[in-house]
Design a protein around this ligand. Sequence first.
Ligand code: 5AD
Ligand code: SF4
Length: 410
Amino acid sequence: MKRVFIQTFGCQMNIADSAEMLAHLSRRGVEETKDIESADIVLVNTCTIREHAEHKAVSFLGRLAKWKAKDCSRVIIFAGCAAERLGEALKKDYPFLDIVAGAKGIDNFSKMLDESGLFAVNAQNYTQSVKSGVLDYVTIMRGCNFACSYCIVPSVRGGVKCLSPEVILENCAELAKKNVKEIVLLGQTVNAYKYEDTDFADLLLKAASVKGVERVRFMSPHPAFITPKLIDTIAKNDKIAKHIHLPVQSGSDKILKEMKRGYDSKTVIEKISRLKENGVLVSTDIIVGYPTETEEDFERTLELVDKCAFSFAYCFKFSPRRNTPAYSLKPLASDKEVEKRLDILLNKVRHFSAKAYKDAAGTEQMVLMETVYKGRTSGNLWVKTPKQHPVGSMVRVRIKESDGKILSAE
Ligand code: 5AD
Ligand code: SF4
């Protein structure tokens, strides 16, 4: 049996795509190995959202030259977003590369394997080797119809394509049968989901009612599709997690407009307030140092963070991506200035993150155990328990205290 070593870079979407690609390889009699030296195939699933991410993926590829030189029958597959952006041209610099499988072509991955002539379909050996844990991902849509000025995603993943509710719910049921308790519905703008009469709120409810599913989360929504119906659906259903990761990107109306985000700070703050009033913890993504960002714009971002008190935030330094409108803009602030802004923002974000943990002291929480001593609340906060509980069990606990990073249950 052939063995594949998989290296995944990037977001949850990529983790889910890697699992899908592994399933296609499994059908060809390939099993996964965690030991690259015993592998016959290396699959690198890549990210290109920021320059650093792409650089990591390409330098990993460079290091595979030695691995391939040991046995030229070994196969290297370079897949995902960086593969889509860089394309077949990569083979010029990396002639030992066998297959380039861009992110747009994930539906074609199986065909690509066949056309390479390197794999034979081997249904007999087909083992469902995709492992399952307490939590697993289900892709509900791919691509993005927005055109945020800084973002490369629409060009490497293409426009929105939604899967049918039937396929999605079947995937959820499959995972639940394998004892997966928490399902994360995935899409680039996941709450823009629409398939015939089914919108995202409808789909969430359906996923939450799949037998065996204890909790449903989703990643990543767009503020434009946070509707009263969606807030109500999240609030009223115990199985839908009371946490949302909602990227705001900036607190300055000028910058939000230039970014083409499709909302202003007032609208997004109002939506976040509604979510919080309904017991939902909100985390976010913020970009610092967008080329036209002034000190004043940055102040607006700090104000927004003060108002929203995010339970967590990923903060990114703007990274110019070729072929995006923001690429050619001349930065107003120096790199040192942007670093300083990032530092100030990170301190504020850490303060609110610790506060979210401290505020949970004294509350009762349902914890889904991911190890025998540790699990997560519906609001996505980590909890350690004094006693052991089976992995995958849902435990009702009272929170005693917090060190600002993890909650301790009584
Ligand atoms: N530079 C910095 N951050 C970016 N993101 C997307 N594109 C860029 C870029 N060019 C961030 C956004 C998005 C997250 C996934 O990555 O905050 O929400
Ligand atoms: Fe990129 Fe904007 Fe689409 Fe998000 S909504 S993937 S930031 S273009």
